[in-house]
Ligand binder design. Sequence first.
Ligand SMILES: Cc1cc2nc3c(=O)[nH]c(=O)nc-3n(C[C@H](O)[C@H](O)[C@H](O)COP(=O)(O)OP(=O)(O)OC[C@H]3O[C@@H](n4cnc5c(N)ncnc54)[C@H](O)[C@@H]3O)c2cc1C
Length: 557
Amino acid sequence: MNRSTSLHALQTEQFDICIIGGGASGAGCALDAVSRGLKTALIERDDFSSATSSSSTKLVHGGVRYLEQAFKKFDPKQLSMVRKGLYERQTLLRIAPHLAHPLALVTPCKNWFAGLYFSIGLKLYDLLAGSRRMAPSRWLSKKEALQYFPAFSTTSFQSAVLYYDGQFDDARFNLGLAQTAAQLGASVANHCQAIRFETDEQGQIKAALVRDELTGDTFWLRAKVFVNATGTRADMLRQKANPKQATRMRASKGAHVVLPMSAVGPTSAALLVPETADGRVLFAIPWRGHYLIGTTDTEADPTETPYLQPDEAEYLIEHVSQYLAKPLTIDQVRGGFAGLRPLLQADPNASSKSLVRDHEVEIDGQTGLVSLMGGKWTTYRLMAEDTIDACCTRLGVSTKSKTDELILIGGDGYSPTFVQSLLSHYASVDPATVTHLAETYGTQANAVLQLIEETSSLAERLVDHHPFVKAEVIYAARAEMAHTLEDLLLRRIRLGLVDWRAAIAATPVAAQLLGAELGLTTTEVQRQQNEFVQYMQTCMEQAHPIKEERRITVGLN
Ligand SMILES: Cc1cc2nc3c(=O)[nH]c(=O)nc-3n(C[C@H](O)[C@H](O)[C@H](O)COP(=O)(O)OP(=O)(O)OC[C@H]3O[C@@H](n4cnc5c(N)ncnc54)[C@H](O)[C@@H]3O)c2cc1C
């Protein structure tokens, strides 16, 4: 992906369709549109997945909680959503096998009734998946449960139920969608914000004024159809286009804490806490060598920047600890993050917890703006298909979505044996690095390893105890449109999510490499470095207020 080339096209060409918003929904729409042969533009005000789409629990799922709600409330809409999610689960695992894979989850049950309840519920979950089911769920004795999840406190449960869902790297999947769209010919640019619209004599939108957030320059982007895929900010764009539009979106904040694997002990299975005092389910999930625990659900302002707060960290640690032999402590938290769920409201008085995670494609008759609202990560592909179907009708084009079969960049040719072949081909590189690169970039790992072959120092790690190497910085700048340290250390390399202090420690080296690759001035490199360290400091202080003398000052001046 080359931002300059894309920017030139965005400024000079006329597009069939312009997607505004580069999260899962927008990047999914761009891929759907371009793969149908439409001339496609995608703009994102910050970075791909910089809002909600990099802050999910990273589950590719139908949603066991939604299944329970569907039965408790006799809600066929919820049931259909679960079925769609289960259908898509298999598709996502197939189109990005390097980024999404099956995950075993163990649900502890306090008594025989709970064991029966969850066994039946999870069998229904299997059944709803039909031919697309994963390994079947099954009841586990206490002894068996301990084999899957050795950290259990033996007195906290009587038996357990094992089931399977999918797990993925959300930000890298999102990037994969944008990259694959670009590879097929879409003009894709991050750090470009849609500011306002221009309409024709009939009031239909014909252009958007776009500001390049890296330079401050503005330009008009012309397209026949504009899609609003701006997540929790959808109302802002809808009302910019047509001030008479009523508010539709609500936001609910969800927070996660990240702990080192050693805090829980080695396990490949996740723990599902079936019910908290406030009626939530919580997940404690092994993810990229760490433990990720989430999530909360509280009403939020759709425009706020969400941070993990101390009460949220305590809530998560406390509830999961009830099931562990060695309770977790706040001091073990190394990282964390929070995001805003884009929820569609039918009833303005409903609580955010009760809103169905379904989506809607709205066409504003007055301006022609197509807005995609609501939904969840797992169903982004179906949401995109519905949206582009609606756009095709407006364009008078009849084509069908092809994304069900479209393998994302890095996934083509990837198989369980790929790592082995890479290990034997790059025998001189640390096997841990080769494995890490294969699991992160899929078949694109070859390109990162070639950088290491050319310059051996690029095999050096950015920071101790984490697998990320210098070559990844060069690759992110050259091939993945990373333009800021946040793009790099939060979403291309996910260090800033899992370990705030390590991310601060990696900042000087990462900043030098990124700056040199992008041709940034020393002043700009220093500015970015200060800004990123400040952001990490804020994440730490918001989550776990620390005394002034313990503040980390690496890289700040
Ligand atoms: C805590 C939490 C956990 C979750 N866990 C899961 C899970 O495990 N599995 C699952 O399936 N789903 C999960 N979800 C839901 C899922 O993450 C979201 O539904 C999904 O990421 C929303 O994607 P989106 O593209 O609609 O929104 P966003 O990711 O918010 O993308 C919208 C984008 O639009 C951009 N934008 C806004 N205004 C403009 C403008 N004017 N010009 C250009 N760009 C603009 C923003 O910068 C943003 O990047 C979770 C959500 C949360 C909050």
